[in-house]
Design a protein around this ligand. Structure first.
Ligand SMILES: C[S@@+](CC[C@H](N)C(=O)[O-])C[C@H]1O[C@@H](n2cnc3c(N)ncnc32)[C@H](O)[C@@H]1O
Length: 311
């Protein structure tokens, strides 16, 4: 029995959400959308923090007629990307934007979002790469070897909540850093240490076992940067919320949120009773707010951190 009191057998043969990335993204949208609040939070972050940490740095280093090359890792439906793009196109009319995203449906949603926003993004040339980050690395290396071409380098590389799915964080960040032009920026967003999902996976590590997901938070990247004395700009985004829907068995959205939090497909049906009870009780605890009334909700944290490293 692990520290969480749930017998290990309860974690055997649980269907992993990431085995079907389109279904995964559907669960993520149920979890993250939160009546458009997510997009507003990222819009504000892009307007203030991204503008300050990335765009104003670019304007001091790269002329406005330069073609800005961007590599986006794990963009999903592109809603967060579009918040950053809005800031970039205001300064740089010509942008080449490569998207590495292994799930098909969200990539189509991203394309539709761009089409719906013409002519705002007319100066952006997109390259859609429907593959994993590991495949992208392999294909790029093959291309360089077979055609003898130079490494493609980017002004901006970003990975927003996607590095949980790479094999090795240390290797991924040094690969991405190497792909930057001089003065280029690597922007990574990861969950904060106090975020609900991180806390759940920390308490039930077997939920991630055997899946491509790793329980990472921003502290892991900060440790890597600290070891190599790498300076970076940091922003903590607080985002307390109420996940009471997860506790209502009739709520479809709540069910999908539980799927995403646990990364188990159809958690309500597929998890053994003991595991379900334990996870739900733990989540209820996380959902209690700090207010004096212990029954009050809204304390579940979706906090994340953005880290910008300049080469
Ligand atoms: C939590 S979602 C974040 C999506 C988007 N960046 C956002 O913040 O809304 C994680 C994204 O990483 C993608 N992903 C999963 N495995 C990946 C891999 N091996 N390489 C690149 N992206 C991956 C998923 O398909 C998904 O779009």
């Amino acid at each position: 029995m692990a520290d969480n009191g749930v017998p290990e057998s309860c974690f055997e043969n649980l269907p992993k959400l990431v085995e079907d990335l389109d279904d995964y993204l559907e669960a993520y949208q149920a979890y993250a959308e939160f009546s458009g609040l997510k997009v507003n939070i990222y819009k504000d972050w892009a307007r203030i923090i991204f503008e300050d940490h990335v765009v104003s740095h670019f304007t001091s280093k790269f002329p406005s007629d330069e073609i800005i090359r961007v590599l986006a890792v794990g963009s999903g439906d592109g809603k967060v990307d579009s918040c950053m793009l809005e800031q970039l196109v205001a300064r740089y009319p010509r942008i080449h934007y490569t998207v590495v995203e292994p799930a098909k449906e969200p990539l189509e949603e991203f394309k539709a979002l761009i089409n719906d926003n013409r002519p705002k993004f007319d100066g952006v040339e997109f390259e859609w790469r429907n593959e994993t980050f590991d495949d992208f690395q392999k294909l790029e290396e093959e291309k360089e070897r077979s055609r003898g071409v130079d490494k493609e380098r980017f002004h901006l590389i970003h990975a927003v909540h996607s590095l949980y799915y790479v094999n090795d964080l240390q290797q991924a960040q040094s690969y991405l850093r190497d792909r930057l032009v001089k003065h280029g920026a690597l922007l990574v967003i990861l969950l904060s240490e106090e975020a609900g999902i991180y806390r759940v996976w920390d308490r039930y590590p077997k939920l991630c076992e055997g899946s491509p997901a790793t329980n990472l938070c921003s502290a892991h990247l900060r440790e890597i940067y600290a070891r190599s004395d790498t300076p970076y700009k940091f922003h903590h985004q607080s985002w307390p919320s109420d996940i009471s829907q997860c506790f209502d068995p009739a709520s479809i959205k709540g069910g999908r949120m539980l799927d995403f939090i646990t990364h188990v497909r159809n958690f309500r049906q597929s998890a053994p009773e003991e595991l379900k009870k334990s996870v739900v009780a733990f989540l209820r605890g996380l959902n209690q707010s700090d207010r004096e009334d212990k029954m009050s909700t809204g304390g579940y944290q979706r906090d994340w951190d953005s880290m910008v490293m300049i080469k």
